[in-house]
Design a protein around this ligand. Structure first.
Ligand code: BDP
Length: 697
C-alpha cells in the first residue's frame, strides 16, 4: 500500500531522457565493508535505483569497471580512493558523508564517511537526489548533521495507548517482544535513518517505572538490537520515584546514598543489555509527576544524580523544563524561565535541558521560549511537537516545518543580532558539545503511520530540520512531495503552495493575532474559549484570552505580568511596545480594546473576525486545489485527503463560529462584512461533548 511506504516510494522516473542519462552514469554498485549497516545501504541503493530506473543494477565485487557507485566508510576503501578523499574527509563529523564523483577515467561515484552509518545517510541523500530528479554530474557533496542528538519522543504507554496520539495505538507490542520482531520496527528504523533521526525515546514522559524492570528491559533490548544497524539509539523515560515503586526503597531522595546506588545499579544493568543505550528523558515535578522537589531538593540535584549514574557508560539525561505550578500565582508563561535560569551552569556535562519551542504548550503559534538564550552555560535542546495535540489532531492538514522554521530563525539577541534559536541548539553560539532536538512523534500503528497522509511530511520535515536547522521549509516540502507523490510540476507547485499556507490557515481559524490555549480542555479537540471552571486557573482558556467588555488579550508587557522582561533587551523592547509588537503575537503580549486600530486600519474586533474568516477561506482553497489533483495521486490517498479536508473545513467553521459568538458577548459588536453568519448558537457549541476524543489519557 502506497501510504505505508512514506517518502520512500521510489516511483519509476517518467522522463525518458532523464532515465537514459542516469542509466548511462550508473552501471552498478560496489560496497566495501561487512557490517549490517553497509548491507542495508547496498540493498537500499539497489532497490531504489532498480525501481526508479526500471532496470537491473548489479552488485560488483570490486571497483575496477566504469560508472560504479562505490559505497563504504573511508577506512574500507582502496588506497587510491582514500588518498583522493583524504582532505574532504577531515571536514565531516562521525555521522557526516561525502558524495563525490572521481576525476579519473573510471567515473566512479563514491559515497563515503567516517562510519558505516555516515555511508547509509549518504546513500539516502543520493537516492533523494534521484527521487527528486536532480543531476548527478560532477558531485562534490560534503554534509554533516549540525545537531548530535536527533530524537523522536514517543508518548507511548505500556498498555499500548499513546498520549496525544492520533494515528492508532503504539507501535511497540510489549506482549510479543522480545521474541517477536515486527517488520514494522525495521520499517520504522529505516524511515528514520532515511532522514537522519538517530534516537528514539520509546515511552511516555508521564512514565511508568515498570519499563525499568528486567522483564521490560529485555524487550527494550530487542528493539535496540533491531534499530542499531540503522543508527538509532534507544532512550527511556525514567520515573523519578522508580526506586520506591520497583526498587523497594522508602524514598527517591536524590541525596540518599541508597537511592544514588539504586540508579547506578540500574544504569549498569541496562548497559549490560544495551551497550549503546542513549540515556534517560525525565519529566519531573511537572503536572503531578514525582521529582526531586518532593524531597526538598531541586532540578539540579535530580538531574545530576541520574547523570552520575549514566556517565560511566556515556549516557545522557534529557531533563525537561516543562514546568508550571499550581502554587505559583505568576503568569504560567514565566514559570519555567524563573525556575531554571538561576541554575545555569550547575548541571553535569551529560545533562541537556529539553525546552518546548514556546513558553505555554505547543500552540499553533507561540513566540520562542525565553529560556533560549538565557542559559548560555547550559546546553538546551529543542522540543517540538509533531503530533497535532492543539492543531486539529491528525484530521487537519497542517505543514509544521513552517512553524519549526519560524522558531529556529527567531533571533534571541542573547549575544547580539544574529543569535538565533537555531544557533543555540546547534551549540555554535555558546560552544556546547552536547546538542539535541526532540520531536513528539505523530506515529502510531495506523496503516499510513501518521493518520493523515500529509502528516507524514511533519515527521519527514522534523528529521530534515534536525539534521540541518537552516534548511528552508519550502525546500523540504518540495522534496517530500516529489518523493511521496510525483515530480510533475502541475502537481508539485499547487500542492506545495497548499502545504505552505496550511500553517497560517490553522492559526487563523483557531487562534489568530496571538490568541492561544482556547481549545476545549482535557482532550484539546475543538474550541472552548468559555471554559472557566477547572480547578487550576491556568488550565482554563479564560486565563489565556482574558476577554472582557474592555477588550481581549494577555497583558505580558511591563504593565502586566512583565513576561517580556525575560527576553534580551532588544526583543523585550519590541514585544513590550504595542506599536512594535508583531501583530501575529499581539494578544499574546497585550490586552487591547475592541476598537484598537490594527495596521490595516481595521478595529481589533473586525480584524479578529476577518482572520477567522480568512482561515476558513484558506481551507476552502486547499479543497479546491486538492480536487484538481485527482489524476496525479493514487485513488486511496486522493480520497483520504479529500475526506479529511472536508472535515477540516467543517471544523474551521466550527472554530470561527464558536469563538466569534463567544467573544461577541464582550465586544458587543456586529460581525463585519465578509464574515459569514453562524448557523448555530453559542449554547449549541458549548453543549458539544467529546468524551471519547483520542489521545487523552
Ligand atoms: C501537554 C500535554 C500532556 C503532556 C504534557 C507534557 O497535554 O499530555 O504530558 O504536555 O509535555 O502538551 O509533559
Amino acid at each position: 500500500q502506497e501510504d505505508y511506504k512514506l517518502w520512500l516510494q521510489y516511483y519509476p522516473i517518467e522522463n525518458v531522457n532523464l532515465v537514459n542519462t542516469y542509466t548511462s552514469q550508473i552501471k552498478g554498485i560496489t560496497a566495501f565493508g561487512e557490517s549490517q549497516t553497509i548491507q542495508i545501504a547496498q540493498k537500499e541503493l539497489q532497490l531504489g535505483l532498480q525501481s526508479m530506473l526500471s532496470s537491473r543494477i548489479n552488485i560488483e565485487k570490486n571497483s575496477d569497471s566504469k560508472g560504479l557507485i562505490v559505497i563504504g566508510s573511508i577506512s574500507n576503501l582502496d588506497d587510491n580512493l582514500k588518498q583522493q578523499l583524504a582532505s574532504q574527509i577531515t571536514s565531516i563529523n562521525n555521522e557526516g558523508y561525502i558524495i563525490s564523483s572521481t576525476s579519473n577515467n573510471k567515473k566512479l561515484l563514491v559515497i563515503t564517511a567516517k562510519t558505516d552509518i555516515g555511508v547509509l545517510y549518504g546513500v539516502y541523500h543520493f537516492l533523494r537526489m534521484i527521487q527528486t530528479n536532480q543531476s548527478i554530474d560532477n558531485l562534490a557533496i560534503i554534509d554533516s548533521p549540525k545537531i548530535n542528538v536527533r530524537v523522536l519522543n514517543h508518548w507511548d504507554n505500556l498498555n499500548g495507548s499513546v498520549e496525544r496520539g492520533y494515528a492508532g495505538a503504539s507501535l511497540w507490542n510489549w506482549q510479543k517482544l522480545p521474541d517477536f520482531i515486527d517488520q514494522r520496527y525495521i520499517d520504522y528504523a529505516r524511515a528514520n535513518a532515511s532522514i537522519g533521526i538517530n534516537g528514539t525515546v520509546l515511552n511516555n514522559v508521564n512514565a511508568n517505572a515498570l519499563i525499568l524492570t528486567p522483564l521490560y528491559l529485555e524487550k527494550v533490548k530487542a528493539l535496540a538490537d533491531a534499530f542499531r544497524p540503522y543508527g538509532i539509539k534507544v532512550y527511556l523515560t525514567a520515573r523519578f520515584s522508580a526506586p520506591i515503586e520497583i526498587g523497594k526503597l522508602k524514598t527517591a531522595d536524590p541525596y540518599d546514598p541508597a537511592v544514588q546506588q539504586w540508579w547506578k545499579d540500574k544504569a549498569s544493568e541496562i548497559y549490560k543489555q544495551i551497550p549503546d543505550f542513549g540515556g534517560f528523558l525525565v519529566k519531573a515535578n511537572s503536572e503531578g509527576q514525582p521529582g526531586p522537589q518532593n524531597y526538598g531538593r531541586n532540578h539540579v540535584d535530580g538531574a545530576n544524580m541520574l547523570a552520575d549514574a549514566l556517565a560511566p557508560f556515556g549516557g545522557i539525561v534529557m531533563w525537561r523544563a516543562f514546568v508550571y505550578s499550581e502554587h505559583d500565582a505568576d503568569d504560567r508563561a514565566k514559570q519555567a524561565y524563573s525556575e531554571f535560569v538561576p541554575y545555569d551552569g550547575k548541571f553535569r556535562d551529560n545533562v541537556i535541558l529539553q525546552v518546548k519551542n514556546g513558553a505555554i504548550d505547543f500552540q499553533p503559534r507561540e513566540p520562542f521560549h525565553p529560556m533560549f538564550g538565557a542559559m548560555p552555560k547550559t546546553p538546551l535542546m529543542m522540543e517540538f511537537q509533531i503530533t497535532q495535540e492543539y492543531l486539529g489532531f491528525s484530521t487537519h492538514l497542517v505543514y509544521l516545518p513552517k512553524l519549526y522554521q519560524e522558531v529556529l530563525e527567531a533571533d534571541t539577541y542573547s549575544k547580539g543580532k544574529g543569535s538565533t534559536v537555531a544557533k543555540i541548539i546547534e551549540g555554535s553560539l555558546d560552544q556546547h558539545k552536547l546538542t539535541g532536538i526532540a520531536g513528539v512523534a505523530n506515529i502510531g500503528n495506523d496503516l499510513n503511520w501518521t493518520g493523515h497522509p500529509f502528516a507524514q511530511a511533519n515527521w519527514y520535515g522534523f528529521g530534515r530540520l534536525a539534521w540541518n536547522p537552516s534548511l528552508d521549509s519550502e525546500t523540504i516540502a518540495n522534496e517530500w512531495l516529489r518523493m511521496t507523490f510525483s515530480n510533475n510540476p502541475n502537481f508539485v507547485s499547487p500542492v506545495l503552495k497548499m502545504m505552505l499556507d496550511s500553517r497560517e490557515a490553522v492559526v487563523n481559524y483557531m487562534t489568530p493575532l496571538g490568541l492561544h490555549h482556547i481549545m476545549d480542555t482535557g482532550h484539546h479537540y475543538g474550541p472552548g474559549p468559555w471554559v472557566s471552571d477547572l480547578s487550576r486557573p491556568e488550565w482554563n482558556p479564560v486565563y489565556y484570552h482574558k476577554a472582557d467588555n474592555n477588550g481581549i488579550g494577555f497583558d505580558r508587557s511591563s504593565t502586566g505580568s512583565n513576561a517580556t522582561a525575560q527576553y534580551a533587551p532588544e526583543v523585550a523592547k519590541q514585544y513590550n511596545n504595542v506599536a512594535t509588537c508583531p501583530e501575529i503575537n499581539l494578544l499574546w503580549f497585550h490586552h487591547l480594546p475592541w476598537d484598537y486600530k490594527l495596521k490595516n486600519g481595521e478595529t481589533l474586533w473586525n480584524g479578529l473576525a476577518l482572520k477567522y474568516q480568512e482561515g476558513v477561506n484558506q481551507v476552502t482553497t486547499m479543497q479546491t486545489t486538492w480536487e484538481k489533483m485527482k489524476s496525479y495521486v493514487d485513488e486511496n490517498r486522493f480520497k483520504e485527503v479529500q475526506m479529511l479536508l472536508h472535515i477540516q473545513q467543517k471544523e474551521a467553521k466550527w472554530w470561527r463560529d464558536a469563538c466569534l459568538l463567544y467573544f461577541q458577548q464582550f465586544s458587543g459588536k456586529e460581525l463585519p462584512k465578509g464574515v459569514e453568519k453562524p448557523v448555530h448558537s453559542l449554547e449549541y457549541f458549548k453543549s458539544l461533548k467529546f468524551p471519547f476524543a483520542p489521545g487523552n489519557n
